[in-house]
Design a protein around this ligand. Structure first.
Ligand SMILES: *Cc1c(COP(=O)(O)O)cnc(C)c1O
Length: 633
């Protein structure tokens, strides 16, 4: 047999397919990260970073951010649009606006404004709080600050103040009723607003998030509302304020055809509004640029059937061809890409706490004399098993297993017999699974046995807190060990988190063809930590997460990769303590502590514990309050 090697691991986990050029496996079996695609001489071992995190006293789980990746993603989006425009002779320009909701953490937004400044990369705010965050973080007057979402008077006033201060703050009308209020507030504050208008497209995209697009979408104006809006603006003498047309199809649009269709339709509306006298300058296509999480390059939900270059080229081409005949100047193309910008930049790292292995007890050489009939039949079926009667034996095994369970419930067979029946059953299933590998086209019931027979790997994290989309919408993420990749992963595992919820697990994994029902993993080694990484988790996961079982925010560590492939820890944010999480759900940790001390004092008074035991117990309680909510070493 050929020895296992890193090329095999890379292929097994599809690393080069989903890595975006940022991740690969080093000769020593460590997963490594590079600051920009192709910069292999600056590779940093993620396993080594994890050791560094441990040495600094931080516990797993840790969310690891690599700030260079954010920088590189901003560059790649802007440069790819620029070169697509240059190649096709586009007269306008590109401007990005990062939607804060995708990852609102101050550190993230701060870095985006910093790294994005050379491209005047702006921000998109969908609520008052996001606008307030954006106004505090932005300095660049040229970059766009796009205000989407429902707007009350306060929201509108803040936007108008931003415009007065010289920001390119664009108030996007999402609902017909917003416009009269915006006109009124502009007059009252003596401000000349920069307005956008969100349109409803009939084009609709497939996928989880498609509800944002289409004629039945919640947001945006339909054509008759558009005409009313134009008339209203004209009568207020403000038609020249309308500068931008906006739409948002939804997130993770995996099919490029849907993106193109929408651009064509939006351009028709854009041209129509220009004909109506609006002096438009910006065409804002919203988000939707997808991430190829599974590396399949398909229109599967966790993937995309296009490259960034195709995305940019197709958009530029569609805008040019549809506006050409109308002799309308090329607009500034704006996109509000969020997911594609931030997904690659974070990795969730966690350790494995324990494994329950699937294994079958060896069968006795002979069945007992007075063995109940169903056990005899099961035993016979196992002995008769060949590749030709696999399905028949599987059916028999399930039938007789159910039969023995029924007999057990009726008190007709003993506990010992039932245990033997389970043993027979699982041995049969394992044998069937082994044989089924030789079949060319095993049916789904047979392929599913891999999942049925997998081990449980107990993982130190919460799906609900750290990977909410995995739980809520079955989103797939690339998951693999960050070390030992030069060794063959001989086990098949399903991941169980540390919540006590049966939904707190991951049993679907990326695969080149469809979905894999187990994750190839290594045997644990005694006294050695085994760490898995969930990759591409920078978008949406952090703030959609919840406090299920009071498991709080994880530690966050940010590194920056230097010129020679060294790395620096640029920031460490401690995750929630138990006391913090308790206070989120309205407990008063100090009050709890006081009460607990009293309870302990009563125990002393009643002679259950000694005073010095009380001291120890109270100290342990206090340390617990200060501690991390996850499993600590
Ligand atoms: C959520 C959202 C986005 C971000 O979409 P991505 O697919 O993450 O790029 C952009 N614009 C609007 C209006 C949104 O609601």
């Amino acid at each position: 047999m050929e020895r296992w090697n890193i090329t095999k691991s890379s292929d097994l986990y599809s690393v080069s397919e989903w890595s975006g050029g940022y991740f690969f496996i080093a000769e020593n079996g460590d997963m490594v990260v590079v600051p920009e695609p192709g910069a292999t001489e600056r590779a940093v071992s993620i396993a080594e970073v994890a050791r560094g995190i441990r040495e600094r006293g931080f516990d797993m789980p840790v969310l690891l951010r690599i700030e260079n990746i954010l920088d590189a993603q901003i560059t790649s989006l802007n440069e790819t649009f620029r070169s697509a425009m240059a190649e096709q002779g586009y007269q306008g320009s590109f401007m990005g606006a990062y939607p804060i909701k995708v990852n609102q953490q101050q550190q993230v937004v701060e870095k985006i404004t910093q790294f994005g400044s050379r491209y005047h990369h702006g921000l998109e705010a969908g609520s008052k709080a996001e606008l307030i965050a954006a106004m505090g973080m932005m300095h660049d007057k040229k970059a766009v600050l796009i205000c989407n979402g429902y707007k009350d008077e306060e929201f509108i006033d803040l936007g108008l103040y931003a415009t007065k201060m010289g920001f390119t703050c664009i108030l996007v009308v999402e609902m017909p009723d917003e416009l009269p209020l915006i006109i009124e507030r502009s007059k009252a504050l003596n401000a000349k607003p920069i307005l956008g208008i969100r349109i409803k497209l009939s084009a609709q995209a497939g996928g989880h998030w498609s509800e944002s697009g289409g004629e039945r979408s919640i947001f945006g104006l339909n054509t008759s509302q558009l005409i009313q809006a134009i008339d209203l603006l004209a009568s207020a003498g403000m038609l020249d304020c309308l500068k931008l047309v906006h739409y948002h199809l939804g997130s993770q649009i995996s099919n490029i055809r849907e993106i193109r269709t929408a651009v064509y339709e939006a351009c028709r509306v854009y041209a129509g509004l220009v004909k109506e006298g609006a002096s438009l300058e910006y065409l804002d296509l919203g988000g939707g640029l997808a991430v190829d999480y599974d590396g399949s390059q398909s229109n599967f939900l966790s993937s995309r059937n296009y490259t960034l270059k195709e995305y940019c080229t197709d958009i530029v081409e569609a805008v040019m061809t549809s506006l050409e005949t109308e002799e309308i100047p090329h607009p500034v193309i704006v996109t509000e890409s969020g997911r594609a910008l931030v997904a690659y930049y974070s990795i969730l790292l966690f350790n494995i706490l324990d494994v329950t292995r699937f294994h079958t007890e060896p069968l006795p050489l002979r069945l007992p004399e007075d063995c109940p009939a169903p056990l005899e039949y099961m035993h016979q079926a196992l002995q008769d098993l060949t590749i030709r009667n696999i399905q028949e034996v599987l059916n028999d095994a399930i039938f007789y297993r159910d039969e023995t369970r029924r007999l057990f419930q009726n008190g007709q067979i003993s506990l010992r017999d039932r245990s033997l029946a389970e043993q027979l059953f699982w041995t049969t299933i394992s044998e069937i699974n082994r044989l089924a590998k030789e079949l060319k086209n095993p049916n789904p019931e047979l392929t599913d046995l891999d999942r049925v027979l997998s081990d449980f790997y107990y993982c130190n994290f919460s799906v609900f807190q750290s990977l909410p989309d995995s739980w809520a919408i079955g989103q797939l993420f690339p998951i693999l060990p960050i070390h030992r990749l030069d060794e063959e992963p001989t086990r098949k595992g399903i991941l169980a988190d540390i919540t006590c919820d049966c939904d707190g697990k991951i049993d679907q994994f990326i695969d080149k063809r469809g979905v894999r029902r187990y994750l190839p993993l290594h045997e644990l080694r005694p006294y050695e930590e085994y760490i898995l990484g969930v990759f591409l988790v920078g978008a949406y996961q952090e703030t959609l997460g919840d406090l299920h079982n009071m498991l709080g925010d994880t530690n966050v560590v940010t590194i920056s990769i230097q010129d020679k492939g060294e790395f620096e820890f640029v920031s460490e944010q401690e995750g929630d303590t138990v006391a913090e999480v308790l206070s989120y759900v309205q407990y008063d940790p100090k009050g709890l502590f006081v009460r607990f001390r009293e309870t302990a004092e009563q125990a002393v008074r009643s002679g259950r514990i000694s005073a010095s035991e009380r001291r120890e117990i109270v100290a342990a309680y206090e340390a617990g309050l200060r501690g991390y909510t996850y499993f600590e070493r």
